[in-house]
Design a protein around this ligand. Structure first.
Ligand code: FAD
Length: 461
């Protein structure tokens, strides 16, 4: 039997608009479809992301006629062994630009080269690959708006017509002597309700958004109390749909709202670009002057962090956001900003504590968007919100959840508090309802404290 090439899926779990199939067809008609369960990525992922991934793998396996080979191990070890077992000279992938993915692919490439085999990269999870959008002098952009302008002008291919790819998937059970095939793992026990996994679900969600909500997106996207956003992040994370397909479909929508949506997709690409150029920014302040910002520590810091994680800060909008994260493994973007600001500027805790918690729980957890979303809020990132802009959790709640519906949905202790009064339960005539905490900090005082701490950053510049 044997195969001409191996198609190694990673963050591209789809069969439509899939340029690596076209590249594989150029290597010859017979290909082996492979996914590697890599403990280095799976272990830190958290049960929601793993469970969603397993669902996507089952959907992909179905779409490939049950011919997806799943193995477990270090890709630098197992990918060359799979290629050798089927006699494939080439392994096709979409390029990965993340810090771990870049290192992993280099190791795989070197291991394949020992036997004269090749790793071929075609496309990436982005409309424009990280590193390609530059200023005229070739320097990277540090500010989003000029990045977006140049990104929008890049010539982009339309969706790839994969039906033209004449790849024949070989049956992995016919092949011997490679790494042992494993079953796609079962779903893990979870409290959160996840979206449907897979490519078909991605297209259903996208079509529903395009027909119902895209033209209201500009108005509704900041309102957590209405279903105003697309909920596409999780599908983009795993490549169940490519942003190229989405941009193509969006080009039929001329509204200002559709333009706003394009801009949000550009943020995703901007952060991938920033992380590609500064891989250290996944773990460290992008702006190293922020290393001088003093953070809280010790027992009190641990208690505050626990209250934040559990949604028991006594600030209803913050608690509703943190409880949405547990209930849905997802949080509305406005809430991500509010709870992140609260952690950093009201509790004075390091942004990476919050970022790590998000990465453990979020079903759409994405290193570039998450670490830089956090750094944007913390003020330490590229093109960030200025540190001195400190969200007031009460006015944020009143503005973006004006009738209090979002809070009541996620904080049952406040279910009987009517209207916008829900944002300040400590002002209710009978006091804070039973079972709901008093505010754990005084926002005014912590705001002043945050600004005082920020002086240390200014001094470090
Ligand atoms: P929509 O509003 O429908 O946006 C459409 C798409 O645009 C999103 O799916 C996403 O791909 C992209 N997008 C929108 N806003 C942003 C943004 N600010 N930055 C980057 N891309 C964006 N997004 C993730 O995908 N994974 C994360 O781990 C993540 N962590 C975040 C952490 C913080 C602290 C903050 C402030 C933002 C984070 N975001 C993250 C960005 C944003 O909150 C989510 O992409 C969005 O809420 C997903 O919901 P949606 O698909 O309905 O978004």
């Amino acid at each position: 039997m044997g195969a001409d090439s191996v198609v190694w899926f990673r963050r591209d779990l789809r069969v439509r608009d899939q340029p690596i199939f076209l590249a594989a067809a150029d290597s010859g008609p017979a290909a082996l479809a492979l996914f590697v369960l890599d403990p280095a990525l799976l272990d830190p992922s958290g049960p929601a992301r793993r469970t969603f991934l397993y669902g996507c793998l089952r959907a992909l396996d179905d779409a490939l006629g049950g011919r997806l080979l799943v193995v477990r191990g270090d890709p630098a070890d197992v990918v060359p062994r799979v290629a050798a077992a089927v006699g494939a000279g080439t392994v096709h992938v979409a390029a990965d630009f993340g810090p771990y993915g870049t290192r992993r692919d280099q190791a795989v490439e070197e291991a394949l080269a020992v036997d004269g085999r090749e790793l071929v990269r075609t496309g990436s999870p982005y409309a424009v690959a990280p590193g390609r959008v530059t200023k005229d002098d070739g320097d990277p952009f540090r500010v989003f708006t000029p990045f977006r302008r140049t990104w929008s002008r890049q010539r982009r291919r339309g969706p790839a017509d994969t039906s033209a790819a004449t790849v024949r998937w070989i049956d992995p059970s016919d092949e011997g002597s490679g790494p042992r095939a494993v079953r796609i793992p079962d779903d893990e026990p979870l409290d959160a309700a996840l979206p449907d996994p897979g490519e078909d679900a991605a297209h259903r969600q996208w079509k529903a958004f395009l027909s119902d909500a895209v033209d209201r997106y500009g108005e509704d996207r900041n309102r957590p109390d209405v279903e105003g956003t697309s909920r596409m992040s999780v599908y983009l994370k795993w490549g169940c749909i490519h942003p190229r397909t989405m941009l193509h479909d969006l080009s039929r929508h001329r509204s200002g709202s559709a333009e706003t949506y394009r801009t949000e997709l550009a943020w995703r690409e901007f952060y991938a670009d920033v992380l590609f150029r500064r891989p250290d920014s996944a773990r460290h302040n992008y702006d190293r002057a922020f290393d001088a910002l003093p953070s809280a520590s010790g027992k009190r810091a641990d208690e505050l962090f626990a209250a934040w994680r559990e949604g028991r800060t006594g600030f209803p909008i913050v608690d509703a956001g943190m409880r949405q994260l547990r209930a849905q493994a997802w949080m509305h973007n406005r809430l991500r900003m509010i709870v992140a600001s609260f952690l950093v500027k009201d509790l004075h805790l390091p942004w990476w504590w919050g970022a790590r918690h998000f990465m453990q729980l979020l079903v759409d957890g994405d290193l570039a968007s998450n670490q830089h979303g956090w750094q944007w809020t913390a003020g330490s990132g590229t093109d960030p919100a200025p540190y001195f802009r400190i969200f007031n959790p009460v006015t944020q709640g009143e503005r973006f959840d004006p009738d209090g519906d979002y809070v009541r949905r996620f904080v049952p202790e406040l279910a009987d508090v009517p209207g916008r009064a829900v944002h300040q339960p400590w002002k209710l005539p009978d006091g804070v309802p039973d079972g709901y905490p008093q505010p754990i900090v005084d926002h005014r005082a912590e705001r002043d404290e945050a600004l005082a701490r920020y002086e240390r950053v200014k001094a470090a510049r």
